[in-house]
Design a protein around this ligand. Sequence first.
Ligand code: FNR
Length: 175
Amino acid sequence: MPIENAGFLKARGIIERSAVALTLADLDAPDAPLILANARFERLTGYPLAEVQGKNCRFLQRADVPANAAARAEIRRAIEAREELQVVLKNHRHDGSSFDNLLFLNPVRLDGRDYMLGSQFELAELSRAMARAPAHAVALSDDLARIAEKADRIQMSHRRHLADTAAFLVSRWAG
Ligand code: FNR
């Protein structure tokens, strides 16, 4: 269990108040269980925190989605190396409906413990995704900067770069 002192409490407050979907996984526990998920995550996926706490976030995937294989390999590598990553995954909501998820992962070390912050953005209609994904990246950058104030370490690219990466991934997703 995480020790609830300054870094963790600061991150939890920011995650709870965030305008974007956020999750926090404990990388120092076996299989990186989720310990936090905010209201925006619940609104997007239909899963409340109580239902996801202690689970690895792969429950959003269905076993039979081969399209996820490359993304999952990239995620495993990023977790192992404690590196940031942006990647698109096919996911399913609580009600079974599917959505394409632009996932942002950023490693953060709080109070001597390693975590990964994950932010989920739904890719649906192209024009909307084009308009909103960079803004999502900017809002996430602002949250990361605030978490960084009390973090031992955080890996985050410059907000402009993150916004450009989000726009690039949306256009690649659109084909
Ligand atoms: C994830 N993962 C993840 N996967 C997914 O399909 N949808 C998601 O929203 C998320 N969110 C997420 C947040 C955080 C903080 C982490 C650390 C990870 C990825 C998932 O948990 C897992 O790491 C990948 O599926 C790769 O591992 P496996 O399943 O190939 O062992």
